[in-house]
Design a protein around this ligand. Structure first.
Ligand SMILES: [Zn+2]
Length: 247
């Protein structure tokens, strides 16, 4: 079972993540015709594969799911994790399935050879389900210049958990993400959607479990749906990460 979200909140951890942002950059060429929001999910609790996916499908939208195949079917602090059949179902419904390491490892702390082995195993498992894992999110948002370089050679984009918007030329090797999580998660996400419109930018939202009683890292199905409706109402396009970057 993976441990509750515990990023390195020390000053050194913060400085390392911030320094990494200056290194190994790969500019994204965005050709946005309108402000754009991507709804993404990490780890993939079963509730995200069901209620999360359903909320998007109800509005004819699709999401990006950053999957750890090593968690398939396990019980965790965000409820049961989705199993292989449920992730395969996401592929069938047209959602994007992306990488998040096999075992939710900290990419900064994992030796390069071990990280490669973990990524190979995860990508192989996801390909067996019909997915083409071209994009990636850093577990815990943890990154270092070395890990960023290694992962950037494998994936078309890498997403962290530092808040921000993506503009043309933004770094696809360390994309920002805004969490729909915690007591004020919906309010925070909504304000970032409004900023996205004002700046005609790209916003990547992420959450974990989607349940009536979510963990501190998740949200309710209603909150997710209200954000989808709000994004559309203020003129945002809703697209997967891959759709935005391959446009
Ligand atoms: Zn994660």
């Amino acid at each position: 079972m993976i441990q509750p979200y515990t990023p390195d909140v020390s000053l050194m951890g913060k400085l390392r993540r911030r320094f990494a942002r200056l290194t190994h950059q790969r500019p994204a060429q965005l050709d946005l015709t309108q402000p754009t929001v991507s709804f993404t999910f990490d780890d993939i609790p079963a509730s995200a594969a069901h209620a999360g996916a359903a909320a998007l499908e109800k509005h004819d939208a699709r999401g990006t799911f950053y999957v750890c195949a090593g968690l398939f079917g396990q019980e965790g602090h965000m409820g049961r994790f989705a199993d292989a059949a449920e992730i395969s179902g996401l592929v069938d419904q047209g959602h994007e399935v992306a990488g998040h390491t096999l075992n939710h490892v900290d990419c900064h702390l994992t030796a390069p050879a071990d990280l490669d082995a973990d990524l190979d195993a995860n990508d192989t498992a996801l390909r067996h389900l019909g997915a083409l894992p071209a994009h990636f999110a850093y577990p815990y948002g943890e990154v270092s210049p070395r890990a960023k370089k290694q992962l950037g050679a494998r994936y078309a984009s890498l997403r962290g958990v530092h808040k921000g918007l993506v503009h043309d030329g933004g770094d696809r090797n360390q994309l920002p993400g805004v969490g729909i999580e915690g007591a004020d998660g919906e309010l925070v996400a909504r304000s970032w959607i409004d900023r996205t419109v004002a700046e005609k930018a790209w916003l990547i939202l992420y959450t974990h479990d989607v349940r009536e009683t979510p963990s501190p890292w998740g949200c309710t199905p209603d909150a997710l749906e209200r954000l989808i409706v709000h994004a559309r109402a203020v003129g945002c396009d809703i697209r997967t990460v891959g759709e935005v970057l391959s446009a």
